[in-house]
Design a protein around this ligand. Structure first.
Ligand SMILES: [Fe+2]
Length: 500
């Protein structure tokens, strides 16, 4: 049976609030996407879809731990190391990390042959709350269970994510940090850390959460939310001229000349568009002197998207203190995204891709105004071995994220759906609607690759599903794609210096 059919069957059961189970032979993009769809459908039964990203992030941590436990089990058996032998285990663990975690694919087969499994079970114990469990049959040892329970107790005393990193980042397996982050996420999201469970049933390890409709977010999170709402209320409306240009583009009757004339009524907008068009590598060697010339090269939609981009730039710069490096990251993302459309032969409008790349992080500007110190610290933590996106780190600390705020800004400004989804879901590409998943995946991958450039060789989180959506199946393909982009951007930056 194809995985899409399995998901369809299971989704129908979830809608009737029946128990479903999904087995994992491996953690790969297709099965992750299936798990995401099932979790989404189950949360939707209680109108809790806004918790998708958070619950999925907790699930990923649990399924990875379940797999690690099974792999460890099979590795220890193959090397005849007793799970009870504490001294022997220490040395064996070093071998495990080196031999197994980096070459997982060689151990999947023996793991299946040994009858080891990991599965996701979703059910509705009282007809209302949703129970999401990850079960594997390498039972956790009583000693390990005790150690974890002690950590969970400690987690209650940890006040912020920086403290968690300080205490747990040097842990051998990083499992401690992952667990603590889950606890904090449960607290800020209002699901509640008391709804997390981890048990040994004798034959299996059962870990999971119970999500009920009673969401109690802590007071400090409510306060942040209130401040954000106020700030969004004060956000200036989008300039009328842009709205008019957008309408003209949609009407199909307007000509390039008419649109150019409309834009030129606003001298500062005109100047900014020309500046962007001439410096953005759009015009080649012949800089445009007026909007009509720029529009003849960029097309009607190209010029309208550019007008949107420069207007957002101006609105944000007038109202907020935009942090250093924000526009250079945005501009680099926009450049990469547009180039990537051609490079990967994607059926995406390159102008839309450019605008999505330019605007994907606008929520950061508002979030940084609310709590600049925390955001600065979170940005320093982007290197995350536990596979957490920056938006999840924000959720853990502040109970909201730049993606959710950006989504609200895009709604207020009436952006087109593909741009809105790129802003709101670029850290959770699965969350995007079917028709925009490719564009959102592209923004996700590009954003991560650019972060990698400054992460000094350390790991940056990229969704496997997003990469495969773009046809980037192997790590070498991602690397050569990135290398090509860097080279093009380097050439372009050199050219701009020459033009100046
Ligand atoms: Fe982002």
């Amino acid at each position: 049976m194809k995985i899409a059919d399995v998901v369809k069957d299971l989704t129908e059961k979830i809608e009737k609030k029946e128990q479903v189970s999904l087995s994992f032979e491996d953690v790969n993009p297709a099965i992750n996407k299936a798990a995401f769809d099932l979790i989404t459908s189950s949360l939707a039964t209680q109108d809790l879809h806004y918790l998708n990203d958070i619950v999925f992030s907790i699930f990923i941590e649990l399924i990875n731990n379940a797999f690690k436990a099974n792999l460890k089990n099979v590795y220890f058996k193959m090397n005849q190391i007793s799970m009870e032998d504490t001294d022997g285990q220490k040395t064996a663990m070093e071998g495990f990390r080196k031999n197994v975690l980096e070459k997982k694919e060689f151990y999947i087969e023996p793991m299946i042959r040994a009858g080891l499994y990991a599965k996701l079970i979703i059910d509705f114990p009282d007809g209302e709350s949703i129970r999401i469990q990850v079960i594997n049959n390498s039972p956790i040892s009583p000693l390990e269970l005790e150690r974890i329970n002690m950590r969970l107790e400690n987690a209650k005393k940890i006040r912020n994510i920086m403290e968690a990193y300080d205490q747990f980042s040097d842990e051998t397996e990083g499992a401690g940090l992952g667990l603590i982050m889950n606890m904090m996420l449960l607290k800020t999201s209002g699901i509640g850390p008391e709804n997390f469970f981890l048990n040994n049933t004798g034959m299996e390890t059962v870990a999971g959460i119970r999500v009920s409709r009673k969401i109690h977010r802590p007071d400090y999170v409510m306060e942040i939310e209130r401040k954000i709402l106020e700030m969004l209320k004060d956000l200036p409306t989008f300039p009328d001229v842009i709205k008019k240009v957008m309408d003209m583009c949609d009407s199909e009757n307007a000509s390039v000349a008419e649109i150019a004339k409309e834009i030129e009524k606003d001298p500062s907008l005109t100047a900014n568009i020309l500046k962007l068009a001439n410096s953005g590598g759009f015009m080649g060697q012949n800089p445009a002197k007026n909007v009509a010339t720029a529009a003849s090269v960029l097309g009607i939609n190209g010029i309208a998207n550019m007008a949107t981009g420069v207007s957002v730039h101006k609105l944000l710069a007038n109202r907020f203190k935009v942090m250093a490096g924000f526009w250079s990251h945005s501009f680099q993302s926009a450049f990469y995204t547009r180039e990537a459309v051609a490079m990967l032969k994607l059926d995406i409008d390159p102008d839309v891709a450019y605008l999505a790349g330019l605007l994907h992080n606008i929520g950061k500007v508002v979030l940084a105004t609310i709590d600049p110190d925390t955001i600065k610290e979170i940005n320093g933590l982007i290197v995350d071995e536990n596979r957490r996106a920056s938006s999840i780190l924000e959720e853990i600390t502040l109970g909201t994220s730049h993606t959710s705020i950006g989504g609200q800004m895009a709604t207020k400004w009436g952006f087109q759906k593909e741009i809105m989804e790129s802003i709101e879901y670029h850290h959770c590409p699965f969350c995007a609607s079917q028709e925009n998943q490719k564009l959102v995946s592209l923004i996700h991958v590009i954003n991560a690759l650019i972060k990698k450039e400054s992460a000094k060789g350390k790991m940056v989180f990229i969704h496997e599903g997003a990469k495969s959506m773009l046809g980037l199946l192997k790590e070498e393909a991602v690397e050569s794609f990135h290398w090509n982009l860097q080279e093009k951007y380097g050439d372009y930056m050199m050219e701009s210096i020459v033009l100046v």
